[in-house]
Design a protein around this ligand. Structure first.
Ligand SMILES: Cc1ncc(COP(=O)(O)O)c(C=O)c1O
Length: 340
């Protein structure tokens, strides 16, 4: 058994009991195929295997590489690429080899790309209010007709209400989700098919309109999501660092400490990470500088767990996750869905 002190830092840690609890909580809320876990946050087939073992063996992916990796790991039962891609030849090969791959389409061009690439099943991706991908709700029926006329099976619709995810007030969040899902259901009436896919970690309790929820971050969590008071999930993910330098307080200037966790091992688009028991001042390439509550509690060589503000881009910077029970490493999972 390895102690975390043996690990080369920075290193991604997954707290086993918090992770297990996060999976259980989501599973109770959305059993079986009501949850289509998104792998984009964790990019790890060993983690996806645990989700499948709880009955969630249909998955959402964001990249071709994620779809390929999931299929290669034997998790290709029903993979939804909830994103637009233009060169679908690799996806077509997966379909040929027996994986079930469904892709999102939001334009005529993407429908033709699916046909050209050898993909056979699609969902119509509808813009429900987030200015990203997705067709206008009123164009969804026409797009579905086009896809069917080109020989594709249309399984339904998806619509990602990303702008609702971190609205702090639950009633306000529910209201925005309802507006989004009204658009999605209108589109679904024109498109047909069994699937109405939407949602995420921030909206999994309030999105009662979609018949499958694409949540991903809940398994590991980050501080941006933890700011939502109603979410029951704990911080399973941290980046382990080592204190490499300290500067003692002097008259009028508080002391600070520096850990070897910086921009190259943390996704920073949602802001600074958090170090429990301290105040983070700033991050630079290889460093986080923070002010411990009690300077005398921190020494060079100490290990420190840094909580990222955004899980997805943090995980994508690491090659493996170390699963820990307290300070003991009990497993190691390759972050094997990275790349493109
Ligand atoms: C298409 C799509 N669905 C669902 C999600 C929700 O994921 P999470 O639960 O990690 O917020 C995302 C996140 O970016 C997404 O892009």
């Amino acid at each position: 058994m390895t102690d975390i002190r043996e690990l080369q830092t920075p290193a991604l840690l997954v707290d086993r009991s918090v992770f297990d609890s996060n999976l259980q909580l989501m599973s109770q809320a959305h059993p079986g195929h009501r949850l289509r876990p998104h792998v984009k946050a964790h990019k790890t087939t060993e983690l996806a295997r645990r989700q499948a073992a709880l009955g969630h063996d249909t998955f959402t992916c964001a990249t071709i590489r994620e779809v390929e990796g999931m299929a290669a790991a034997g998790l290709g039962n029903d993979l939804l690429l909830a994103n637009e891609v233009l060169d679908m030849r690799r996806l077509g090969q997966l379909v040929e080899s027996g994986a079930r791959v469904t892709v999102a389409v939001d334009s005529d061009v993407i429908v033709e790309a699916a046909v050209a690439g050898g993909v056979r099943e699609v969902v119509v991706d509808v813009n429900v209010g987030l200015p990203r991908c997705g067709c206008a709700p009123e164009d969804a029926g026409r797009l579905a007709d086009l896809a069917r006329s080109r020989g594709l099976a249309v399984r339904g619709v998806m619509g990602y209400e990303g702008h609702a995810m971190v609205i702090t007030d639950l009633d306000e969040r529910r209201k925005v989700v309802e507006e989004c899902m009204t658009k999605l259901l209108t589109a679904h009436a024109d498109v047909g098919g069994d699937i109405v896919s939407a949602g995420g970690t921030g909206t999994y309790t309030v999105n009662t309109w979609a018949n499958e929820i694409q949540a991903g971050s809940y398994a590991l969590m980050d501080t941006a999501y933890a700011a939502l008071p109603d979410l029951p999930f704990g911080h399973a993910l941290s980046v382990l660092g080592t204190v490499i330098s300290t500067t003692a307080p002097t008259a009028g200037i508080p002391g600070w400490a520096v850990a070897d966790v910086g921009l190259k091992s943390l996704g920073m688009d949602h802001g600074n990470p958090t170090i429990p028991g301290g105040a983070v001042w700033f991050c630079s390439d290889e460093h986080t500088t923070w002010q411990p509550e009690e300077f005398s509690d921190v020494s060079i060589g100490d290990r420190v767990r840094v909580l990222p503000a955004h899980v997805d881009p943090t995980v994508a910077l690491h090659e493996q996750m170390y699963v820990v029970d307290g300070d003991t490493v009990v497993d190691e999972w390759a972050v094997d869905l990275r790349g493109w």
